[in-house]
Design a protein around this ligand. Sequence first.
Ligand code: CU
Length: 172
Amino acid sequence: MRALLPALPELAALAGLLLLPAPGCAPRREAARRYVPRSREVTLTAVPLLVHEQQGQFPFLRADFARGGLLEGREVYAFVPSTVTVVEGDTVRFRILNPEDDAHMFVLPGLAVPVPGQRETRATYVAARAGIYPFVCNMPAHAPMMAGELVVLAPGAVAPGPAPPGGAGAPR
Ligand SMILES: [Cu+2]
């Protein structure tokens, strides 16, 4: 009987083997993979695409801006870039350049900032939850064309750890 049962130390070793976590699941590795939120500076520029000042350059715009035209009462502007990607928990420091003389607004859920002409405007936003958040200029003459998206990734979607300064292949 004694010979058929494994000895106590053997049983303990077997139990230890069964409890070993699968490769890649070790708690230590998991901790090292945790994303560390960071501060990200994002520069957006308000860019005129089809505006009244261009009617000399693009004669078709006269018909577009005329009564009943496709752009009656409107002008087309863009935020460049129009997609900004960050990670949940990041603090986004927006620097918004408006080089021309029309005023704009920069509106995100929970943030609304006037963007006067020929000025640089700064705004800080904490990307608290993963998701896709539209940003717009909500001035009637510029909506809905002047718009973009703040894409907030879940921490598990990005490479781990803070970026080494200037390091190649570092997560951005
Ligand atoms: Cu605008």
